[in-house]
Design a protein around this ligand. Sequence first.
Ligand code: NAG
Ligand code: NAG
Ligand code: NAG
Ligand code: NAG
Ligand code: NAG
Ligand code: NAG
Ligand code: NAG
Ligand code: NAG
Length: 481
Amino acid sequence: MPLKPCFTYIIGASSLLMLIVGISLVLSNVFPNFLQSKVKTEVVLRNGTEAFEVWLDPPAPIYMQFYFFNLTNPEEVLIGERPAVMEIGPYTYREYRPMEEVVFQDNGTRVASVNRKTYIFERNMSRGPESDLIRTVNIPAVTVMEKFKDSVIAANLISAYMRSSGIGLFTTRTVGELLWGYEDGLLKALKLFDPELDKFFGLFYKNNASNDGEYTFFTGQENYKDFARVDTWNGKSSLNWWTSDECNMINGTNGASFHPIINKNEVLYMFSSDLCRSLYAVYTKDVIVKEIPGYRFVPPFEVFANHTVNPANAGFCVPSGNCLSSGLLNVSMCKQGAPIIMSSPHFYQADEKFVEDVFGMRPNKDEHQTAIDINPLTGTILQAAKRLQINVYVEKIPRFSEIGNVRTVVFPVVYLNESVLIDDASAKKLQRVDVQKNVVENIPFLVIGLGIILGGIFMFLMCRQKVPESTEAERQPLISS
Ligand SMILES: *[C@@H]1O[C@H](CO)[C@@H](O)[C@H](O)[C@H]1NC(C)=O
Ligand SMILES: *[C@@H]1O[C@H](CO)[C@@H](O)[C@H](O)[C@H]1NC(C)=O
Ligand SMILES: *[C@@H]1O[C@H](CO)[C@@H](O)[C@H](O)[C@H]1NC(C)=O
Ligand SMILES: *[C@@H]1O[C@H](CO)[C@@H](O)[C@H](O)[C@H]1NC(C)=O
Ligand SMILES: *[C@@H]1O[C@H](CO)[C@@H](O)[C@H](O)[C@H]1NC(C)=O
Ligand SMILES: *[C@@H]1O[C@H](CO)[C@@H](O)[C@H](O)[C@H]1NC(C)=O
Ligand SMILES: *[C@@H]1O[C@H](CO)[C@@H](O)[C@H](O)[C@H]1NC(C)=O
Ligand SMILES: *[C@@H]1O[C@H](CO)[C@@H](O)[C@H](O)[C@H]1NC(C)=O
């Protein structure tokens, strides 16, 4: 039988070949590299790519939800007791933010656009109508009092006006007014002396259906890591925002795009208009969203830590040297001088004393942390929630008797949750990409597995060929004995 050993050797050689090929494929990373370079060329802002379509008009619905703190004991607060608040919400808005006036520049390495945001109230995802009443701090009044507290004449005049028109430390307004603006009596009166003043006030006044100027973004054509990264805003280089102490960081973009092929050691920067600065986040764990694998990124404790823990936050010690405790950022300079202080909802991760200062604060990681889940291969956002609380710094101002004997407190007004969850159609596509990725990445292991099986067969055949001879040789003495 001359064919049989030949066949056996072919099997042996194939086994060896497969093992070599398989192992070298694993070691050289050919398939993952191929996949990554494919993603790198496809995730680019170029007319026709899917990434461009998504960037132009994100298909997943973005919701902005507001939770107000309704003050229940105003009289007690005026005589120095701790405020007690009740969380009321959500009041939900669907957020639309298409890119407009899109123009490619510099051979497709950059793209210019404006990003108008529109908020539409979603009654059936809200606790009540926009006409619900909320009692909270009178922010225009506090701002005016803080501004004029050192000027005797102005303070007396303003104090008299406030008393005569019944303006106090607290006000009761509708949700719609507090968010989108209302004509304020005190500001209207002051406008007589300062025509520049805006008599309207609202936490998101003028934010609806407005844009904040022209951005240019990198398309990612030159370097995939620059995908959709802001290059300039209104002609100013984004590099200046990092170094500038002022508020002109970025008040528009969203950071809704991340480059593909994210690794766990990366620090992701997101832009937050509300904080007048960039926020960063680090990897915390693996997650699965709609059957798609993702990495969860969360801002580390240091983002909000005081300047001793995080010296980078010294820029928020304003005036210079005047630092707030951990968990708070003074953004007064970005809000026309209003004493606004940002924190996480319910003072999550802030100094315990702020939680204790207000009845009704219940910080909780799952509900109050900011988190973003990203598919590492494509950079797609699977799920995200940006959560921030707007507070007012309230203190006793001796020249204004109407605010009584109030204790110094960081008073919570409202917190917001801006969230997004990948839509089903995009999720389907990503699931397919994930399956392909798994198949492609496992090809080398399939080859190795096949090599091992063939190796097994080869050895089996080799043994069977030799067995008859040796058994014969062993049997002989047995018979003779
Ligand atoms: C993209 O291509 C389409 C069709 O070719 C064209 O109508 C559109 O203006 C292009 N968009 C941009 C931003 O160049
Ligand atoms: C764009 O490409 C053209 C031709 O390929 C080249 O001549 C030109 O210098 C490029 N412009 C920029 C800004 O890179
Ligand atoms: C925002 O503007 C749009 C369009 O101008 C309008 O339909 C919508 O009601 C506005 N939303 C709010 C909250 O005022
Ligand atoms: C908030 O408190 C005020 C004053 O007690 C009350 O009139 C109002 O109904 C409360 N708002 C809601 C939404 O419960
Ligand atoms: C952005 O921030 C700057 C600096 O505070 C401010 O002057 C400008 O009006 C803001 N733009 C918008 C659209 O809010
Ligand atoms: C900063 O925070 C740390 C840790 O929370 C605390 O020990 C320290 O006293 C704080 N420093 C100031 C100046 O608030
Ligand atoms: C916040 O900053 C402003 C100046 O931008 C300053 O006047 C104010 O005192 C600061 N507030 C606190 C509580 O430190
Ligand atoms: C936003 O966060 C709040 C709690 O902070 C939570 O109750 C709400 O369900 C979240 N919204 C979405 C759409 O995830």
